[in-house]
Design a protein around this ligand. Structure first.
Ligand code: G1P
Length: 297
């Protein structure tokens, strides 16, 4: 099987949950501690062996495109001042020419449609990854790397999976499991944002996928589904209908939903506490703040 070397990043969303910040700043550029959201996804992808990065963007995302450019003036100034560590950090964000592509999604028609927009950049026999940068996953071995390794043995389509509380199932794509093998599950169905009480399980799809090009063909014909949008989940479920394998992969790691304000703040605190230079001051502040809060109640 060919290794997975391409990843599609759907980043066309308007980020309305973070207005007014996202009026002029793409959501993916919002920072967790000192790195934009997208940087976490890029690093995860690199660790998994991804060499080509395909961004599906929209109007207003130019700051995202600029972020991956070289910054010669800034680099020269850091070099001159001998700030080698910062220089290294900065250079790690550059994307070599030819490794990065931008495709425009002209209409907001859903995640499935966004992925379909990248179809011409994926070869006919080439499995590819999809990464939703809103889902930030802290893990010893990157989530996508865990999946790429598992996928090398299974083939087919694979989605990252995680148990969620039953009452939250309607916010996710949910797997209908036919065989549970521990970290790997075989799916006999998938449903996007099921109505409360109708979810086939509480095993949710998290924003990491390894897909066969068949899914892109399915997307040609996928009709509008949940929320009136073309859903990636429906195109993957079509694979099962056609008798091909779809697996869920229970990854090792902690997932933060950075598409929500609470999740974004949790990730910020968790990642800051991991930083030796911030840990002490921040945890002292948090302790004091929480005890003040409790005393006031
Ligand atoms: C998307 C997918 C959904 C998945 C979720 C994970 O939904 O459509 O299947 O469970 O990401 O974060 P969104 O959160 O963009 O509505």
């Amino acid at each position: 099987m060919r290794p997975v070397t391409k990843a599609v990043f759907p980043v066309a969303g308007m980020g309305t949950r973070f207005l007014p910040a996202t009026k002029s700043v793409p959501k993916e550029i919002m920072t967790l501690v000192d790195r934009p959201l997208i940087q976490y996804a890029i690093e995860e992808a690199r660790e998994a062996g991804i060499e080509e990065f395909i961004f599906v963007t929209s109007r207003g995302k130019s700051a995202l495109e600029d972020y991956f450019d070289e910054s010669p003036t800034l680099e020269a100034s850091l070099k001159e001042k001998g700030k080698d560590e910062l220089l290294e950090l900065l250079q790690a964000t550059n994307m070599p020419s030819g490794q990065i592509a931008y495709i425009r999604q002209h209409q907001a028609r859903g995640l499935g449609h966004a992925v379909w927009c990248a179809r011409r950049l994926i070869g006919p026999d080439e499995s590819f990854a999809v990464m939703l940068p809103d889902d930030v996953i802290a893990a010893e071995t990157s989530c996508l790397k865990q999946m790429v390794d598992a996928h090398a043995k299974t083939g087919g389509c694979m989605v990252a999976a995680m148990e969620v509380p039953r009452e939250k199932a309607s916010a996710y794509g949910i797997l209908d499991v036919s065989e549970d093998m521990g970290s790997l599950v075989q799916a006999r169905g998938m449903v996007e944002k099921p109505k409360v009480g109708e979810a086939p399980s509480n095993l949710a799809v998290i924003g990491r996928y390894i897909l066969t090009p068949d899914v892109l063909h399915n997307l040609e014909k996928t009709e509008e589904g949940s929320g009136g949008e073309i859903q990636l989940t429906d195109a993957i479920a079509q694979e099962i209908t056609e008798g091909r394998n779809v697996f869920g992969y229970r990854f090792q790691g902690e997932r933060f939903d950075c598409g929500s304000k609470a999740g974004f703040l949790q990730a910020t605190v968790a990642f800051a506490l991991e930083r030796p230079e911030l840990r002490e001051e921040l945890s002292l502040f948090l302790h004091e703040r929480l005890s003040m809060d409790q005393a006031a109640q």
